[in-house]
Structures are given as structure tokens and as C-alpha cells.
Design a protein around this ligand. Structure first.
Ligand code: C2O
Ligand code: CU
Length: 513
């Protein structure tokens, strides 16, 4: 028997099926659209983690835009450095300019005080730093973020979260105490994927307070005593890798037997492999924190994640030749007497593993008694992001802007598991805090305490990290492969009761990513 459906019935059935598929898809599309303006504190669901400090909390949900704490909250604006005269005062002025990076090679760039990278800002540990930022021609507006510095909340420089983007002709003053010696950098956090790429950035070096003891031990202390300080900001303009704005080799005069502290800053979106030809070296510091008892290494590379820093101690060979600090193989610092060089070496097959490098030292927090634990699971799933269909990054299963607000109380010892199941590596960067690595893939850290602000989390890897919630504010916690951040790989760490008057969204002009 042959069934025969009328054309009308067929059309009705097809219509019902289409609607059953289309309506949920339309709904997904609709809800994925980023509002014209919204507060970051109400964008994603508040996550309070698990642990002893969690149960005592009120359990308000941040979802829906009515931040439960808004009325009683402390504005991020009020989280500022102490008043008083600054020890370091600088004006940094950003412009859009054409810049010659090599003979005959000119690029569209953003300069700071006329150069890219901008000037290295220098301070001594404990200094109150005051930077007046002037936008003299960055059309989308701009800000300065102090990458790796645990600045007070109001000085974090994130457009739409801690301030409005500074329009052309405007200015903004950042004030913070340089509490920790080390290598840091500044960059715009407005349309940052484009403004950082075009060079709106520079180094910040905080020298140790006089009399401070380096964690490297007596041998290192002796070498550091008269070491030459060499900032090495690495940046790619188009396809050309530069160090301190120079394509190729940058010579640095260094007498035989003298040491240099090379401060490598990776400002690009991918990892940077650093190794030394012609001399051994030590990895002195990672992301601004000294390594405890760093051993001499040869034949190993150091992998610097996007946004990360590595300080290398290199001694010019006694025979008058040079040591080459190879920066990815296409740029280098040549340290030695004038005219000296060394044979280039290829990238060593192995990379130094900070998980086991150096020797242990007491931690200033006890991860065993964490008040709160979070998961930061990075995934990738089909769906809509701001109305666009595709495969999108997810954080704990959610797509931007509905990504977690990891909510803590001041004083909490916090653990976080960063678990990358997304198919690609991600250099994860938490603002305003340093986190210590406890383990990778369950293998405990055995070397020097490994404190980071920029951590490369490979695909399929998971890291357990811990930190003390000692810096109230609203802090981005995002991928520093900046195009990934524009694709939604952004979450926030939020302190209970902290609010922001600034807004994100298409209508606001604030686009931190
Ligand atoms: Cu170096 Cu949120 O950035
Ligand atoms: Cu990423």
C-alpha cells in the first residue's frame, strides 16, 4: 500500500520541522548578540567556586545586568595609589605614524613619544610612579595597561572596565607603587589586538631597592653587581621581528667577563623561543619574579609566552668574542666588545622547563588551605558569538559575553585549574595578580617557585595555580594571543562588592580586546 500525503499536509509538516529547528537557532543567535552597552559585572554568570569561604556568601547571581552589589559597592575608580608626590613622573604620548623599521621598510604604527616600542619607563622598587598618558592621534581611543604590575584597580587601563578609552586630544593619569622589582611592559588595552600589533607599547623596568638581595644566590649576586641592564622588547611589525625596534642583530657593548641582565619582553601573539649562542646563561626571572637559585644552562631554549617576560643573565666570553641572545632565530642581541660576534646556533631541541628549574623556596601562601577553587575550562564549540555563527571559544561552556565572573573576597587564597580542551594553545594572562604554578597535568612543580602572570597552556594541558586575592578590583583573565581575546576568550576575576561605572558594548566606544 502506498501512502499518499496531500501537498498541503506536506507543507505544514515541513513548516513545523523548519520552525522547530529555526526558532531555537534564532533564539541562540538573538541571545548571543552583545548588547549596545553593558557593565562587565553583569555580563556573565557569577561563579563563586568551591571551598570553605564559599558557603558563607549570599549566593547572588550577577546574571542579567543588575549587579546585586551595585548599590552598596565600592567603585573601581576609588581603588587608587596613595596620594603624595610621585617619585617617577613621565608623560607618554601616543600617535599614529609611519615608521621606518629597516632601510626601505616603512610600516603604519602607533608610536609612544615618537618611537615604537615607546621609551622604557624605569623605577626603583617602592617608587610611586605617575604616568600621564596623552592620546595625540589614535583614532579609536587608547589606554595604557601595565602588564604584570599589580597596580591598584583604577590604574589597570582596561577600556570599559577601569576607565573609558582616552579619545584623541584626551589624557589619563595612571598612578601606582612599583612594589615588585622586575621586567614589565605597558600597552594599550583598547582595540588591543590592533593597537598592540601596531606597536603602542613599551617596557617598564623596576630595579631592586638598594640593598635588596637577589634570589639567585651569591654567585649570581656578584655577577649582577655591575651587570649592564639590557631591555629587549621583541615585536613583529608585519612579518619582521625586531628587538628594541631593530630588525636583525642589535649590538650591545659588553666587556669580556662582564654580565648583562637581558630583559626579554614578548609583545607578540605567539610564543618566543630564546636561546644563547656562544655562552651559557641563567634564567634569572620569569614575569618579574626572580628564580630561586637558577642554574647555568647550555643547549636549552627558554619559551616566553605571549605577554611574558624572561630575564637572562649572560656573561660576555673572556676571549673577546660575543654571546648572541637569539630571539626566535630572526633577531638577536650581540653582547660583547665592539665588532665582536659569535657563530649562530640553531634552536636547541629542548626547552628549559620552569616546573623543575631552580630550587624550591617557601611560598607566601598555603595552597593546601585554599579558601576557594575555580575551574577555567577552555573549550571550543559551534554556536553564535555576537550573532556570528562559527566555532567559538568557550569558558566553562559559555560564550562571550556570558563568560564567568570568578568572584572572590579580599584575602582569599584562591586555586584555579586552567584546563585547555580547545584544540589550540593559549597564553593565559590574569591582570592585577601573580599566580604560582602548583602543577602541570598533575605533575607537581619541583623547582623554584614559578610565579607568572602569563602562562602558556598547551592544548590538552591543565595547570593548577594559586594566588592570594590581595588586590581588589575587576580584573581581566584572558588569552594574550590577542585575536583570541577578540574572539571571546576573556573572563574576569571580580572582588565582591567592587563595581564599575564604565560600560562595554558597541555604543560605548570601549573595546578592550
Ligand atoms: Cu597584556 Cu589584558 O593584557
Ligand atoms: Cu588563545
Amino acid at each position: 500500500m502506498k501512502g499518499r500525503t496531500s501537498p498541503v499536509l506536506r507543507r505544514v509538516v515541513a513548516g513545523v520541522v523548519a520552525a522547530a529547528v529555526l526558532v531555537p537557532v534564532l533564539l541562540l543567535w538573538q541571545t548571543s548578540r552583545v548588547p549596545g552597552q553593558f557593565s562587565v559585572t553583569g555580563a556573565g554568570a557569577s561563579e563563586r567556586g568551591s571551598g570553605p569561604r564559599v558557603t558563607s556568601l549570599d549566593g547572588h547571581e550577577g546574571h542579567g545586568g543588575q549587579g546585586a552589589h551595585t548599590a552598596a559597592g565600592v567603585s573601581v575608580d576609588t581603588l587608587v595609589a596613595p596620594p603624595g608626590p610621585a617619585d617617577v613622573q613621565v608623560t607618554l604620548t601616543a600617535r599614529a605614524e609611519r615608521v621606518d623599521i629597516a632601510p626601505g621598510v616603512t610600516v603604519d604604527a602607533y608610536t609612544v613619544n615618537g618611537t615604537t616600542p615607546g621609551p622604557t619607563v624605569r623605577a626603583v622598587q617602592g617608587d610611586l610612579v605617575e604616568v600621564r598618558f596623552v592620546n595625540a592621534g589614535v583614532p579609536d581611543g587608547a589606554t595604557l595597561h601595565w602588564h604584570g604590575v599589580d597596580v591598584p584597580g583604577a590604574a589597570d587601563g582596561v577600556a570599559g572596565v577601569t576607565q573609558d578609552a582616552v579619545p584623541v586630544g584626551g589624557s589619563f593619569t595612571y598612578r601606582f607603587v612599583a612594589e615588585d622589582a622586575g621586567t614589565y611592559w605597558y600597552h594599550s588595552h583598547q582595540v588591543s589586538h590592533e593597537q598592540v600589533r601596531k606597536g603602542l607599547l613599551g617596557a617598564l623596568v623596576v630595579e631592586p631597592a638598594p640593598g635588596a638581595r637577589p634570589a639567585g644566590g651569591p654567585a649570581v649576586a656578584r655577577l649582577l653587581d655591575d651587570a649592564v641592564d639590557v631591555p629587549a622588547v621583541v615585536h613583529q611589525y608585519g612579518s619582521r621581528r625586531t628587538v628594541q625596534g631593530t630588525v636583525g642583530d642589535l649590538p650591545v657593548e659588553l666587556a669580556p667577563g662582564r654580565a648583562a641582565r637581558v630583559r626579554v619582553v614578548n609583545t607578540d601573539n605567539g610564543t618566543l623561543s630564546v636561546w644563547v649562542s656562544g655562552a651559557p646563561f641563567r634564567l634569572l626571572a620569569v614575569d618579574g619574579t626572580d628564580v630561586h637559585s637558577p642554574a647555568e644552562v647550555t643547549d636549552q631554549a627558554v619559551t616566553v609566552p605571549a605577554g611574558g617576560r624572561a630575564d637572562l643573565l649572560v656573561v660576555a666570553p673572556a676571549d673577546g668574542s660575543a654571546a648572541r641572545v637569539e630571539l626566535g632565530g630572526s633577531a638577536a642581541l650581540v653582547l660583547g666588545p665592539q665588532g665582536a660576534d659569535a657563530a649562530r646556533t640553531r634552536r636547541p631541541a629542548t626547552s628549559l622547563d620552569p616546573l623543575s628549574y631552580g630550587t624550591p623556596a617557601p611560598l607566601e601562601l598555603d595552597p593546601g588551605t585554599a579558601d576557594r577553587s575555580f575551574d577555567y575550562v577552555i573549550g571550543r564549540a559551534p554556536g553564535f558569538l555576537d550573532g556570528k555563527p562559527g566555532m567559538h571559544w568557550t569558558v566553562n561552556g559559555h560564550t562571550y559575553p556570558d563568560v564567568p565572573m570568578f568572584t572572590v573576597a579580599e584575602g582569599d587564597v584562591v586555586r584555579m585549574r586552567i584546563d585547555n580542551r580547545s584544540g589550540e594553545p593559549h597564553p593565559m594572562h590574569l591582570h592585577g595578580h601573580h599566580v604560582v604554578v602548583l602543577s602541570r597535568d598533575g605533575v607537581p612543580a619541583t623547582g623554584s617557585p614559578w610565579w607568572v602572570d602569563s602562562l602558556e597552556v598547551g592544548d590538552g594541558e591543565f595547570y593548577d595555580v594559586a594566588f592570594v586575592a590581595d588586590n581588589p578590583g575587576i580584573w581581566m583573565d584572558h588569552c594574550h594571543n590577542l585575536p583570541h581575546a577578540t574572539e571571546g576568550l576573556v573572563a574576569h576575576l571580580m572582588y565582591e562588592g567592587v563595581t564599575t561605572p564604565y560600560l562595554l558594548g558597541h555604543d560605548t566606544g570601549n573595546v578592550p580586546e
